[in-house]
Design a protein around this ligand. Structure first.
Ligand code: GLY
Ligand code: MN
Ligand code: MN
Length: 434
């Protein structure tokens, strides 16, 4: 991402905050995996959105109108010994020169410096409740300032929810963000294609997961954006199945829900295909319904439509299909109204997508579904799940779990399916698998 884009975001946020305000954003802490081993580090999305600063132990402070500079970054100092063991650090000079900070201070000095920055600012923009420890620090800094208060110094009187402003900004993706998301979607589409081409009966789910991760990594996306779901047969009916430890059986379907993360942006694709490369008649019948629901929902993604219209379209197609298969009985409008489809389709049709896989942004505004606008990115992911042992359901449908998920950008004229390179129709999938 161009450093100018981070600067433009800060400027926009500071404009929304107004003068006399101060924003405080800590990045994410490092988290222990076991004993002295940490999880791979991932910065906080809000912090990274405004700074592009990848290191832990950092706090960004924005002060609109501050004469000595509006963007202050607290971070770790250079330290040859620590860097020999744990990796390079930007240090205070790097924070200024490479990350656009007007001022940079050691993170170890934050308790001394921060109370002074709060002086004479009226409003503190801060996201409360993410870290009890950091919440406590903010209160301590304010209290310190109150105790020192002398004539002429005001302590801030107002706390404002920073996430409210920031998350609305993050909902509208810039050209730079869309370029990264398109690339993440393309890498992920190639990973799903690779999985289809590699899959054979008798392989283990984790072997297919390895193919997916290999494609991500070899294209520079070091991490998936969420734990990959590689679910053969009946496992496909467990929505968040992540054990990925079973053997793939001839005659079963394989549901893969996996996406890479690139430059802190997520892709999120699900494809479902036959382990042996050929859909059975029953599998294809269910597959075609989910595929049709996916296409019908995508058609509803356009400016002016509201958030729930794709879901409503998917539900209509799925319910009609379930009646045709004999899995539901009755009239479609009444079955939709009674939510009879929920037995086989128990989740919603999508979510916002961005730096977080379930991205930020309100789905309703003033109690009404949000209207779609260009620059928003969402997933479309209808499915049908018919587990083994489903009562009153013919055997041939049991053990079928299907989801078909794409990432869709709202454009001025309609939409762009960012994940269009992942084979989707039953015919296309069979062709890729021959
Ligand atoms: N992979 C998470 C989701 O599809 O929502
Ligand atoms: Mn999703
Ligand atoms: Mn998904």
């Amino acid at each position: 991402m161009n450093p100018k884009e981070f600067a433009a975001r800060r400027k926009r946020l500071m404009h929304l905050m107004g003068a006399e305000a101060i924003a405080i954003l800590p990045t994410a802490p490092e988290r222990t995996r076991n004993r002295d081993v940490d999880h791979p580090y991932r910065p906080d999305s809000d912090f990274y959105y405004l700074t592009g600063f990848p290191e832990p132990e950092a706090v960004a402070v924005l002060m609109p109108g501050r004469p000595q500079g509006e963007f202050i970054l607290f971070c770790r100092e250079r330290d040859p010994l620590m860097e020999t063991w744990h990796g390079r650090r930007a240090g205070l000079d790097g924070a200024r020169e490479r990350h656009g900070a007007d001022d940079a201070f050691p993170i170890s000095d934050i308790d001394e410096i921060l109370p002074g920055l709060l002086e004479n600012r009226a409003r503190v923009f801060y996201t409360m409740g993410l870290s009890a420890e950091f919440d406590r620090k903010v209160v301590e800094w304010l209290n310190r300032l109150r105790q020192q208060s002398r004539a002429g110094i005001h302590t801030p009187g107002e706390f404002v929810a920073l996430d409210h402003y920031l998350h609305d900004m993050r909902l509208y993706k810039s050209r730079g963000e869309i370029a990264v998301m398109r690339k993440a979607a393309q890498i992920t589409a190639r990973a799903h294609r690779r999985a289809m081409q590699t899959c054979r009966p008798g392989m283990a789910e984790f072997q297919i997961e390895a193919e997916i991760l290999h494609q991500f990594m070899s294209e520079g996306a070091r991490s998936p954006s969420y734990p990959s779901i590689v679910a053969g047969g009946d496992n496909g009916c467990i929505l968040h199945y992540t054990e990925n430890s079973d053997v793939l059986n001839d005659g079963d379907l394989l549901l893969i829900d996996a996406g890479c993360e690139l430059e802190c942006y997520a892709a999120d694709i699900t494809r479902t295909f036959p382990v042996n490369g050929r859909f059975s008649a029953a599998q294809r019948a269910v597959y075609d319904i989910v595929h049709e629901a996916n296409l019908a929902a995508i058609e509803e993604v356009k400016p002016g439509n509201h958030w729930n219209q794709p879901h409503e379209a998917a539900v209509r197609v799925l319910t009609t299909g379930l009646v045709k298969l004999g899995l539901l009985k009755g009239r479609v409008p009444k079955l939709v109204k009674d939510e009879a489809y929920k037995r086989f389709y128990m989740h919603r049709t999508g979510h916002w997508l961005g730096m977080d896989v379930h991205d930020v942004g309100d789905y309703k505004v003033g109690g009404e579904w949000r209207v779609l606008e260009p620059g928003m990115v969402l997933t479309i992911e209808p499915g049908l799940y018919i587990p083994l042992g489903s009562k009153g359901v013919a055997k041939k449908w049991q053990g079928i779990g299907i989801r078909v998920e794409d990432d869709v950008l709202v454009t001025a004229s309609g939409h762009e399916v960012l994940t269009r390179d992942a084979p989707k129709s039953a015919d296309d999938i069979e062709a890729v698998m021959t």
